[in-house]
Design a protein around this ligand. Structure first.
Ligand code: SF4
Length: 377
């Protein structure tokens, strides 16, 4: 069988006994999600450590995986990059430095589940549910936890706050995952947002094209395209996630006129080597999905084993410059309670006399004659 991520992309393969029509039905996938080690055995052979961690970590952070995503795992390799993202490990229990809310989102929340770090933009966490739960999730403190469920009246409170705050021109619907909502619920929410004149742009942050691509139905796309301008950012981390099913989901969104970008997290042992990152980004571009951000993994509880030194991350993206298309190179960023900070290699060295000195991708130093800035009056 062709390996996943190589072009042309391979489709997912349902396990024996599953009707292909069920497999591609997102409702079937949600109803048949894996919730324990026994269910996981249909797809992989969990190690004793994974078995123990599933039980030991059950009360700390939910363990749920879609059958589709489980089918992408290597059944025998515990170092499989898909497996590492969603199957608990004992290392999650030993992280002294990790925080519950490293971006201080609770303190940046004017009303429940609205996070405002910038003057003109908000992240609106419209639900606390995902199709599966990533072990490194920034919102571990809330996803899958019923305390953070948004009842309709709480969504109304947040919508009223947006309507009363005219500086907000850009609303990111996130969670959890907004595409876990039914089409009807999402349509209601988008209709309410579009009725607010100062909301220019609506974005959806969703991992469902990666974890449950069958959710992106023609009906969903036909509904979404009534609410333009609408942008989608999804979250592929590894070339193995780039299946024909995932590419078809992105294609349906693109055909509805929705630009699709990708935001990855730099994860040790998953995508922290230059070849993997280059292959991921180049294949995304073939799918017409723009690599947008790669986040430095946060100082988040239970995730020390995922964190990569920032210097190593800078080298990965420096190494892509000049060696692939410019728009295949994502911006490597550190998110902080003050917003995102770019983590670029300093190609621009600065002024030297009448020149501006830069370093080219191949290490050559170039001096560009540079007019003097105006003296401040
Ligand atoms: S899909 Fe996103 S919000 Fe949901 S668990 Fe994964 S990282 Fe967290």
């Amino acid at each position: 069988m062709r390996s996943q991520g190589s072009w042309p992309l391979a489709p997912s393969v349902p396990p024996a006994g599953v009707d292909p029509a069920d497999w591609t039905d997102w409702g079937w996938q949600m109803r048949h999600r894996i919730r324990d080690a026994e269910g996981l055995r249909r797809y992989i052979e969990p190690t004793p450590e994974e078995d123990a961690a599933i039980v030991d970590l059950a009360r700390r952070f939910r363990f749920v995986i879609t059958p589709y995503f489980a089918s992408l795992m290597d059944p025998r390799d515990p170092d499989c990059p898909i497996r590492k993202q969603v199957v608990p490990r004992p290392a999650e229990l030993g992280d002294a430095a990790g925080l519950a809310d490293p971006l201080d989102e609770v303190a940046h929340s004017p009303v429940k589940n609205v996070v405002r770090v910038y003057p003109d933009r908000i992240a609106f966490c419209v639900n606390n549910e995902c199709a599966l739960y990533c072990r490194y999730c920034l919102r571990k403190r809330m996803v899958g936890d019923s305390e953070w469920t948004m009842q309709k009246k709480e969504l109304e409170v947040a919508l009223d706050w947006i309507a009363a705050t005219p500086e907000i021109r850009d609303v990111l619907l996130t969670g959890g995952d907004p595409l876990v909502f039914s089409d009807a619920r999402l349509e209601w929410l988008l209709t309410r947002l579009r009725a607010i004149p100062h909301v220019e742009l609506i974005r959806l942050g969703t991992r469902l094209p990666v974890t449950l691509p069958f959710r992106v139905t023609d009906d969903l796309c036909a509904m979404l395209e009534r609410f333009h301008p609408l942008w989608v950012n999804t979250h592929f981390n590894h070339p193995k996630e780039l299946t024909a099913d995932a590419a078809a989901a992105c294609d349906r969104l693109l055909r509805a006129g929705i630009p699709v970008g990708n935001q990855s997290v730099l994860l040790k042992g998953v995508n922290d080597d230059p070849e993997t990152m280059k292959s991921l980004c180049e294949t995304l571009v073939r799918m017409r999905v723009r690599p947008y951000y790669v986040y430095q993994a946060q100082l988040l509880e239970g995730t020390e084993h995922f964190r990569v030194p920032i210097e190593d991350g800078i080298e990965i993206f420096k190494g892509m410059r000049g060696r692939t298309s410019g728009f295949a190179i994502p911006q490597y960023v550190l998110d902080t309670p003050h917003g995102k900070v770019p983590l670029d290699h300093p190609f621009a060295k600065g002024r030297d006399g009448d020149d501006f000195v830069v370093e080219a991708w191949d290490g050559a130093i170039w001096r560009e004659p540079n007019p003097r800035p105006k003296d401040p009056a």
